[in-house]
Structure formats: structure tokens, C-alpha cells
Design a protein around this ligand. Structure first.
Ligand code: NAD
Length: 401
């Protein structure tokens, strides 16, 4: 037992600790959203009973685990890489989120299991296969939601670092310096060919394919099994750094992998793979992309004013109910992708955002954008500034599931 009053510790903008109670309240709020409607109808052609989520502890992966568990009453195995508490040091937020998922699953009679380790490694894939064989076979749905700055490929031992840079030419844009809160002009030099290749190796489709090939080889997938990986497109103003940048090249590789996986899965067991394009939300991964925090701060103000804002759980709950449940017919765009970014990409939203974009300055930042919301959302990710939490109270930090 280690009871402590946990105060937020930061290094610049980044939080280096997490608040267990704040994380629990965040998870409970997401569960409330998913559980608010009656469980989605079971589809006989595409049941969703056993779900594997790779990257299940924060952001879109956590929302996927919650939507599957509390929206569909599915059994979930979550894989992620999180830091446990250690000698008075708090765990990472994703660790505490998972503790909260397990506590609530136990209370609600839902089956949930978790595996904490490097999902890129063969060891973790093998361990997941063992857990699935014992408790989750056959798996109907695999959600691949990893966001990582690096990957070690166990087949050649090489470690790749991903970068967030434009490709081909330098890119200049407005951005917020998150530490000084000043709106500045940033120029980012283009990535080298090696950096593009390395980013694809980390965030592209290779590891997703390895997970699915392993599950196929081990006969752990149900007939008609489906898999999804998450992507982002966003508006043209961010394309040089996102869609056409290094990360965008990795996302194109994900599209390619979806095509290859679909072909294999449909041959072997009548299954399919899709990429789902989701809306920009504040996560540890997205806050690290240059320019994007300023875009999100403006976007948030515009979407809130129009009452169309959605967080991770609202979108993923919609994904499970409107796309993955029911008759199994999938609505996709011309490129075969699921689109959950429809609200963000609405013409009226984007024209307002692009009208504000050239006018934003340090002085008017808080009038024309909701940067205060962005900061709060970011701290919420670590369990801080969460409404309803009394931060003066000691809280148990030495938790486990
Ligand atoms: P996130 O940082 O909140 O979550 C990343 C997850 O990956 C965590 O569960 C973490 O533990 C896990 N992870 C990282 N490295 C790992 C490793 N080596 N082994 C096991 N687990 C590991 O990120 P997110 O923003 O939710 O992103 C998830 C996916 O959604 C990404 O593909 C991202 O591009 C996509 N996406 C994000 C946004 C956005 O705005 N945040 C929008 C659209 C799509």
C-alpha cells in the first residue's frame, strides 16, 4: 500500500507522472458512454464475442476496448506497453486506465485480460497466442491501434525511429510552442529517404500483418474474422506534415497492408481488413505532431460551437454500433476506408477553421481557438484536472489488475 497525494509533475508540456483516481474517472466516463445505450444487436453473420486490441491502454485503443466490452458485452484481450508503479513512482496513465478497466469489468461480469509488453516482439505475440488459445479463441475482431516512436524488428534486430517531417520539401507553418504558449512560425526540413523508410517500418502495416499472420497460422481466428487499423487524413492545411509527410507515408503503407490482409483473410476464412480514418483527438501521440495542436485547438472551438464535437469513445462506439454490428455490410469511401472523421471534415467546419488559421496570433490565441481546452485535455490524459477528482486526497498508487 502506498497512499500519496499525487501532484502533477511536468517536464515542459509533458506530464511525467499520472493520477490513478483521475485515470479511473476518465475510464468510468468512457464506460458510461458505451453502456448508455442497450448492447448493440448481435449479428449472426458477424458476431463480436472475442476481441483483441493491440494498443489498448490509451487513446483510440482504450476506447475500442471499452466500446467492445460495454457496448457489445464482448470479451477483450488488451495488449499495450505501460510502466507499472515503482518504489513510490506512479505508473503511466495507460497502466492505471487498465487497472480501472479490470476493476469495472470484474464488477460488471465482463471478461477482460491484459498483456503488458512490446507488441512488436515475437515473445509478446507468442504470449498473446497462448492467452487467446486458453481464454479467447476464436477471435472475431482484431483492432490494431499502436502509436509508437520506435520499433525493434525481432527478425533482424534493427531498431527504427519514426519522425514527423514533411517529404520532398521543407514546410513552414504556424504552430504553438507548447512550453511558452506562443504562436510562432516553424520550418521543418524534409525527411531523408532513410527517415521515411524508418517511419514506415514503425507506423506502417508490417507489424499489423505479422499479428494477423500469426493468428491465422495458429488457427485462432473465427470464420469471417475482421481486423481494423486506425488512420488519419485531416484537412489540406496539415497535409505537408501529416498526409504527405513521413507519418502519411506510413499510413499509406497501412492501406496497402489492409488490401493484402483482406485478400489473405477472405481466402482463408471469409474475413476482411479495413483502415478506419478517425477524427483528430488529443492523445500523447497526436500532441507530439508539429502544427497539429494549433489545428486541434481551433477545430475544437469550431466543432463545439456547432455541437458536433466527438471524443474517442463517441466515435468508436459509433464504429462498433453502426459499422461493425448488424448485417456486416461495410460503408466505406472510394478508397475502401471506414470514415469516422465525417464531422471533422464537414465543409462548414473546415471552411471556418481555414478562415481562422491565418489570423491566429499569440495575442488572440484564447479568443479564436480553445487552447485552454487542448491543455486540459492533455492533462486529463494523465488523470489530472479531471472534474470530480479531489486532488488534495491521498490515493493508492501501488495498483495492479
Ligand atoms: P496513444 O498514444 O493514445 O496510444 C498508443 C497505444 O499504443 C497505447 O496503448 C500504448 O501502450 C501502445 N503502445 C505503444 N508502443 C507499444 C509497444 N511497443 N507495444 C505495445 N503497445 C504499445 O495513441 P492514439 O492517438 O490513440 O493512436 C492510436 C492509433 O490511432 C494510431 O494508429 C494513430 O495514428 C491513430 N489515429 C490517431 C488520431 C489522433 O488524433 N489521436 C486520429 C486518427 C487516427
Amino acid at each position: 500500500m502506498t497512499l500519496e497525494v499525487v501532484k502533477q509533475k511536468s517536464r515542459g508540456f509533458i506530464c511525467v507522472n499520472a493520477h490513478p483516481e483521475g485515470c479511473r474517472v476518465n475510464v468510468e466516463r468512457q464506460i458510461d458512454v458505451a453502456a448508455a445505450q442497450p448492447p448493440a444487436g448481435r449479428s449472426d453473420s458477424h458476431p463480436i464475442s472475442n476481441v483483441l486490441v493491440v494498443g489498448a491502454s490509451t487513446g483510440y485503443g482504450l476506447a475500442s476496448r471499452i466500446a467492445a466490452g460495454w457496448g457489445l458485452r464482448a470479451r477483450t484481450l488488451g495488449v499495450f506497453f505501460e510502466r507499472p508503479p515503482d518504489r513510490g513512482r506512479t505508473a503511466s496513465a495507460g497502466f492505471y486506465n487498465t487497472v480501472a478497466v479490470h476493476q469495472r469489468a470484474k464488477k460488471d461480469g465482463l471478461h477482460a485480460a491484459s498483456l503488458n509488453g512490446d507488441a512488436f516482439s515475437d515473445d509478446v505475440k507468442r504470449e498473446a497466442a497462448e492467452m487467446i488459445r486458453k481464454e479467447f479463441a476464436p477471435v472475431d475482431l482484431v483492432i490494431y491501434s499502436l502509436a509508437s516512436p520506435r520499433r525493434t524488428d525481432p527478425r533482424n534486430g534493427a531498431t527504427y525511429q519514426s519522425t514527423l517531417k514533411p517529404v520532398g520539401q521543407a514546410y513552414s507553418s504556424r504552430t504553438i510552442d507548447l512550453d511558452s504558449e506562443r504562436v510562432t512560425e516553424v520550418t521543418i526540413e524534409p525527411a531523408s529517404e532513410q527517415e521515411v523508410a524508418d517511419t514506415i517500418a514503425v507506423m506502417g502495416g508490417e507489424d499489423w500483418k505479422r499479428w494477423m499472420e500469426m493468428l491465422l497460422e495458429e488457427n485462432l481466428l473465427a470464420s469471417g474474422a475482421r481486423t481494423l487499423a486506425y488512420s488519419y487524413i485531416g484537412p489540406e492545411m496539415t497535409w505537408p506534415i501529416y498526409r504527405d509527410g513521413t507519418i502519411g507515408q506510413a499510413k499509406k503503407d497501412l492501406d496497402r497492408a489492409a488490401g493484402e490482409l483482406s485478400a489473405t483473410m477472405s481466402n482463408r476464412l471469409g474475413g476482411r481488413a479495413w483502415v478506419s480514418v478517425n477524427k483528430a483527438i488529443v492523445t500523447q501521440a497526436s500532441a507530439a505532431i508539429p502544427v497539429v495542436p494549433l489545428y486541434m485547438s481551433i477545430l475544437m472551438k469550431v466543432m463545439q460551437e456547432r455541437g458536433v464535437e466527438e471524443g474517442a469513445i463517441e466515435q468508436i462506439d459509433r464504429l462498433f454500433r453502426e459499422f461493425l454490428s448488424g448485417d456486416g455490410k461495410m460503408r466505406t469511401d472510394a478508397g475502401g476506408r471506414i470514415r469516422l472523421d465525417d464531422q471533422e471534415m464537414r465543409e462548414e467546419v473546415q471552411s471556418k477553421v481555414s478562415g481562422v488559421w491565418p489570423t491566429v496570433t499569440t495575442e488572440n490565441l484564447h479568443q479564436v481557438s480553445d487552447f485552454a481546452w487542448f491543455k486540459r485535455q492533455f492533462r486529463n490524459l494523465f488523470g489530472f484536472e479531471v472534474p470530480g477528482v479531489d486532488y488534495s486526497q491521498p490515493t493508492e498508487i501501488d495498483l495492479a489488475w
